[in-house]
Write a protein of this length. Sequence first.
Length: 280
Amino acid sequence: MRALDHEQALVGLVIPVDFAQRLQGGQGAAVQLLLDGSQSNSATVAQGYAERIVQDFGARYAGGLTLAVDLRERAWFNPDLASRNYNVPAVAGAIIFLICLLLTSLAVVREREIGTLEQLMVTPLATEELIAGKTIPFALIGLIDVLIVTVAALFWFRVPFAGSFPLLLFASLLFILSSLAIGLLISTVSRTQQEAFMTSFPVFMPTILLSGLMFPVGSMPVLFQWLTLINPMRHYLDIVRGIFLKGAGIAPLWPQYLTLAVIGAVVLVFAASRFRKQVG
């Protein structure tokens, strides 16, 4: 149970202590299979394999006996194995990342194109204040997107919400920090809006593919699993799915919160230093 709660296992098999005794006595014996339904696709595949294994075992072990092995599945967290319960909350991560990435990078580059960035340089504004003015509005838009997606998930798609909304909001703020920092970094290496737009997509697509939104991280090659550790969306989706489906608190999710904060701070400091040099 603890391994399933902490996403350290996808499948748990419980064999009662009297399993062998009941088989030898010709009585019916039961085993319990526990699936992590928050990963609905993988859980469905694992369930299919388990059913076949149990059937083969029953046919091979029973022989001429009137013995049957009955498999009764009960998925935790996502009992119906509904894909919408797994995918809809994760859409918030993709929307936030896309909005913050594109708007931040395009807005700063546009200021450079039309010449207003040079005008701002002669004002008493500090570089940090200029960066805040270009990022805070998009952070508010990202938070609004979180609210819209959450409301749609709860009332339109009927996705269960078992966790804490303040924890979800806190995680969204940390993820927005990382997304804004990446967008600001793109703006420092782009000279035109077209260049910023085209640069965003080689960043956006790998981020989505390596986040666990479409494919479970555990099914990826080992190299790509290591690469997902520097992907802020991977950690944000772990938090979102844990809060929505499992009602997880801060205790099991603090490594993801800490990683999001570290990634956001490092990328923001690096992007701000490059921006400060260009403004200077």
